[in-house]
Design a protein around this ligand. Structure first.
Ligand code: IPM
Ligand code: MG
Length: 348
């Protein structure tokens, strides 16, 4: 099995290095690795955030472990050359349409949550975010109004097939958990969302055991901090899922803790922490590698058929935290590699 390592920008290389050390420490047979540049690092070295060689590696690989992209040096580039286009391009080119973003609280981190501990303890959910459509991929540009004013635009759309396939992922995810699915949209204002809601309701006929509810995204944002325990699985579009998953991460203690999987229809996936490149702390050993280490566990489970090894990583992360391992974001002073060490020594 070939794993593509794409560290990217900012803290990406630091957190990927720790995930790789944890994978090595598992001593699994049959895994090989190839690394490639992506994001701003690739632009600086090769003139493009997603060079052909990187895309080729991603296509050849059985799974991709991705760090983060984003580099302030590149903010003034034309949009198609910006680092973020690399991850968007990979998601689109490889048809990684289904993004699973689990959020639950490690009990010892209840005090780190932005919520009161008794509320934070309730959080145990998966956000299923659509990744190939929505306002992210619609026609966009800058134009001039009749009055000579600058105007930016981004077209939001979803077709029924796109909604249907992510709805199935939402229902299946719910079937494997608490059988509750909340579809989040803005159907009171957006036609895109009206179609979304209609198609989710049609798809529900195939999953009679799942209790389906609908929520407007503004209400969902509010409910997520008021009573996160009410959610089992949320299914939502690309933009709303982006926003709600960052919010969920702080409910669970830190954005440095949440892993994610971006899956195609055949089991291939790209695995990445939900956090960004954090250029403000890059290179200082302050990044929390746990989200990336947990992403590696998801990779073992979903793409490499190694559920036991995935469970070992997850148990080791839980044990390291229970034993007091704390990076800066968790109010501690352990460096990125010390956090990696803590996980490795907790592996059984
Ligand atoms: C994420 C990130 C990306 C997104 C950025 C880096 C393009 O915020 O994965 O959540 O918006 O999807
Ligand atoms: Mg995001």
């Amino acid at each position: 099995m070939l794993i593509a390592l794409l560290p990217g920008d900012g803290i990406g290389p630091e957190v990927i290095a720790e995930a790789k050390r944890v994978l090595d420490a598992l001593g699994l047979d049959g895994l090989s690795y190839e690394e490639a540049l992506v994001g701003g690092a690739a632009y600086k070295a090769a003139g493009h955030p997603l060079p052909a060689a990187t895309l080729d590696l991603a296509k050849r690989a059985d799974a991709i472990l991705f760090g983060a992209v984003g580099d302030p040096d590149c903010d003034a580039l034309e949009r198609h050359l910006r680092p973020e286009q690399a991850i968007l391009g990979l998601r689109k080119e490889l048809e990684l349409f289904a993004n699973l973003r689990p959020a639950s609280l490690f009990p010892e981190l209840a005090d780190e949550s932005a919520l009161r501990p008794e509320i934070a303890k309730q959080i145990d959910m998966v956000i299923v975010r659509e990744l190939n459509g929505d306002v992210y991929f619609g026609e966009k540009g800058m134009r001039e109004t009749d009055g000579g004013k600058r105007e930016g635009y981004d077209i939001m759309s979803y077709n029924e097939d796109e909604v249907c396939r992510i709805a199935h992922v939402g229902f299946k995810t719910a079937m494997a958990r608490g059988k509750k699915l909340c579809s989040v949209d803005k159907a009171n204002v957006l036609e895109t969302s009206q179609l979304w809601r209609d198609v989710v309701i049609e798809t529900a006929a195939e999953y009679p055991e799942v209790e389906l509810t609908h929520m407007y995204v503004d209400n969902a944002a509010m409910q997520l901090v008021r009573n996160p325990g009410q959610f089992d699985v949320i299914v939502t579009g690309n933009l709303f899922g982006d926003i709600l998953s960052d919010q969920a991460s702080m409910c669970a203690g830190s954005i440095g803790l949440l892993p994610s999987a971006a899956l195609d229809n055949g089991g291939k996936g790209l695995y990445e922490p939900i956090h960004g490149s954090a250029p403000d702390i890059a290179g200082q050993g302050k990044a929390n590698p746990l989200a990336t280490i947990l992403s590696a566990a998801m990779m073992l489970r979903y793409s490499l058929d190694q559920a036991d090894a995935a469970g070992r990583i997850e148990a080791a992360v839980a044990k390291a935290l229970a034993d007091g391992a704390r990076s800066f974001d968790l109010g501690g002073s352990m460096t990125t590699s010390e956090m990696g060490d803590a996980v490795i020594s907790a592996l059984t």
